[in-house]
Design a protein around this ligand. Structure first.
Ligand code: HDE
Length: 698
């Protein structure tokens, strides 16, 4: 009989692992029931604790070992389960079964920041990880990508350098989770292949509004193989159905203080409330020519994109995240991705960055997850049957049978057998390796570090450019070393002299002259986030209610929001439900807990006066001479929302708040008067553009 290890699969939706505790009674780890778990075993109530208390020792010892090393990068993350459904549109270029028409594949996705520790804030300016584990019938496929389509470096050998430079400085371990410090800018100003990625970081892409509203990219060019064995080169893209949307820098900073878990909470709450985030998977396909270039763009260079206008992204399937993890540690923390987890139909290229990753991810799991058997952890178990000859090792949980975990063997009748390409074996594409002398050098095309940064800059709309200038000015302004700032100003001149001049002015430095000819590039409108119209389902709407007003109006607008799939949160002075005729309206936020940055749009369904009681604005006694007519926290909320370009509606008295905040009733993205339903329709219209861009630059 062949030896067989049949893993028990964690079904989609994250069913508990078979080992998860169950039963009515508390037991110790050996299953022995406990009669008491609040007091150590002592020699009398005031006597010494006895060493023989196994329950005490077991509980404390296990607790002492509850932590595992955090990921060296991407330590902070959030995960979710979902389903991927293929469209059957990729068959001509890729034989992978999971891309087949209506084939459904369970997935686990982990989003992350890169630089911060496990407990760091979500809304920092950083690249975001976008890692997807497809549990396909042909084995597990991991697409371990980012929300930025290019990378800082072209060669894996430089990865420790860029990470050491970007992580907190080694002497004082600050700053946490951000690049705004000398060592990062020192490195990227000298290592100019980072210019393109750094520009994306300084753009709005570096501060996403939500994991639900990010694009994802495989970054490297992959090689696809079809049923006839023909190959094509391809880049993977994830397109969010809600569109790409970002925070403003002020919002990001405010949220970092008021809700450091903002993105994690946003993802969890959206899934919990049934607003399932969804993406379309697409591929850009290029002929697999020996040069591995497309219209002059080197496809092996991970600092380069191929503009979508020159090679359209072809949709091949849809991902929906529909279940939250049951246990963060078991699933999100222990999930182990690897770019080398490939399935038949998807192969690698000679991108030197990818080569290093193929080594790194296996290696890192061994130290992080404590040994080589991490594939047996429920979230990592393939859903395809496993029949390997890997044996023993730390944390081995399989009971292997048989005597011949080796090949060839006769004792097990030669089993198990290898498969062929016709029976779904993974067969590497027989690609010719170029004959060349060994050397430590990059291809000449890799030396172009600025043309695509310029392409990105020229593709931005005016408000997006303002944001980029502000981001560089802020980050470089946080550096202490003058030489670092000057060096970076020099780099910016090679992207665009206007960008350079404005950042230099903000730093109080002279602008620099370009040191390379400025590339003549055609902008790519697809890179801009401004101008689209997106669904409003799943967007968060703050509804400010006046308990002294008519709760019926609040109820109407809340229902209208729910009917459009939005996530309405009612904000009132206290948590007491709004009572009146009909069903009471639940209150989710109080004026003490609400802050404008949590909402994508605000509805003022009344004009609440300051409440001197019940946790209201105690310093603003209602009715006192000179006291404000409106609750100052509502004024703050609406002023911020306006400044951040959010849609705002006011009726049922809410117009008065707008007037008091100095916001004109006919300002762009402001909706006044009408019924609860019509107000909501107006709001949805303005919200569909993500922000009221006419209000920028502020
Ligand atoms: Fe990673 N990267 N990386 N990376 N990476 C890790 O693997 C590494 C790179 C990415 O949610 C680590 O399991 C090297 C590019 C994501 O668990 C580690 C190089 C891209 C995640 C590692 C790169 C990524 C990681 C840390 C240069 C986008 C989080 C923990 C050769 C295409 C996955 C771990 C998760 C995580 C190494 C470059 C994406 C150390 C050596 C390019 C999304 O193995």
């Amino acid at each position: 009989m062949p030896e067989k290890y049949e893993p028990e699969h964690a079904p989609a939706g994250g069913a508990p692992a078979p080992e998860a505790p169950s039963g009515a009674y508390l037991t110790n780890a050996q299953g022995t029931r406990l009669y008491e778990s609040d007091h150590s075993l002592k020699a009398g109530p005031r006597g010494p604790v006895l060493l023989q208390d196994h329950h005490l020792r077991e509980k404390i010892t296990h607790f002492d070992h509850e932590r595992i090393p955090e990921r060296v990068v991407h330590a902070r993350g959030a995960g979710a389960h979902g389903v991927f459904r293929g469209y059957g549109a990729a068959g001509e270029v890729c034989k992978a079964a999971f891309l087949g028409r209506d084939v459904e594949t369970p997935v686990f996705v982990r989003f992350s920041t890169v630089l911060g520790s496990r407990g760091s804030a979500d809304t920092v300016r950083d690249t975001r990880g976008f890692a997807v584990k497809f549990y396909t019938g042909e084995g597990t496929f991991d697409l371990v990508g980012n929300n930025i389509p290019v990378f800082f470096i072209q060669d894996a050998l430089k990865f420790p350098d860029v990470v050491h430079a970007a992580k907190p400085q080694p002497d004082r371990e600050i700053p946490q989770a951000q690049s705004a410090h000398d060592t990062f800018w020192d490195f990227v100003s000298l290592h100019t292949e980072a210019t393109h990625h750094t520009l994306w970081n300084m753009s709005d892409r570096g501060i996403p509004r939500s994991y639900r509203m990010m694009e994802g990219f495989g970054v490297h060019t992959f090689r696809l193989v079809n049923g006839a064995g023909e190959t094509a080169l391809a880049k993977f893209h994830w397109k969010p159905e809600l569109g790409v949307h970002s925070l403003t820098w002020e919002e990001a900073q405010m949220i970092g203080g008021m809700d450091p878990d903002f993105h994690r909470r946003d993802l969890f709450d959206a899934i919990e409330s049934g607003a399932f985030p969804a993406w379309e998977l697409g591929i850009q396909v290029f002929p697999d020519t020996p040069g591995q270039t497309f219209e002059g763009i080197d496809l092996l260079d991970p600092t380069k994109i191929v503009p979508e206008e020159r090679s359209p992204v072809q949709p091949v399937g849809r991902l929906v995240l529909n279940a939250n993890p049951k246990n963060f540690f078991a699933e999100t923390e222990q999930v182990a991705f690897h770019p080398g987890h490939l399935v038949p139909g998807v192969d690698i290229t000679d991108d030197p960055l990818l080569a290093g990753r193929l080594f790194s991810y296996l290696d890192t799991q061994i130290s992080r997850l404590g040994g080589p058997n991490f594939a047996q952890i429920p979230v990592n178990r393939p859903h395809a049957p496993v029949n390997d000859m890997l044996r023993d090792g730390m944390h081995q949980s399989a009971v292997h049978t048989g005597v011949a975990p080796y090949r060839p063997n006769s004792l097990e009748g030669g089993c198990p057998f290898t498969a062929g390409a016709d029976s779904a074996a993974y067969v590497e594409a027989p690609v010719r390796v170029p004959a060349a002398d060994k050397s430590r050098e990059a291809a000449a095309s890799f030396r172009d570090h600025f043309s695509q940064a310029r392409l990105f800059w020229l593709s931005m709309s005016p408000p997006e450019r303002e944001h980029i200038i502000a981001a560089y000015t802020f980050e470089l302004g946080k550096c202490d070393e003058q030489a670092v700032k000057e060096g970076m100003v020099g780099v910016l001149a090679n992207i665009d002299p206007g960008l350079c001049a404005q950042v230099a002015a903000g730093l109080g430095l002279p602008a620099a002259e370009p040191t390379v000819p400025l590339a003549d590039v055609t902008p790519s409108p697809a890179l801009s986030q401004v101008g689209g119209v997106w669904p409003v389902a799943g967007r968060v709407i703050g509804i400010v209610a006046d308990p002294a007003g008519d709760p019926g109006e609040v109820r109407t607008v809340r229902r209208a929001a729910l009917a459009q799939g939005m996530l309405p949160l009612v904000i009132a002075p206290t948590g007491a439900a709004l009572d009146g005729d009909g069903e009471p309206v639940p209150v989710q936020r109080t004026f003490a807990t609400a802050r404008s940055v949590e909402y994508d749009a605000v509805v003022l369904a009344g004009a609440p006066r300051p409440a001197a009681d019940a946790g209201g604005a105690r310093d603003a006694k209602a009715g006192a001479p000179g006291a404000p007519e409106l609750d100052p926290r509502v004024l703050l909320l609406v002023t911020e929302a306006y400044r951040h370009g959010k849609a705002i509606a006011g009726w049922n008295g809410g117009e008065r708040v707008l007037a008091a905040a100095g916001i004109a009733a006919d300002a762009p993205g402001v909706i006044v008067g009408g019924s609860g339903e019509s107000v909501l329709d107006g709001l949805a219209h303005a919200l569909g553009g993500h922000r009221v861009w006419e209000r920028f630059p502020a």
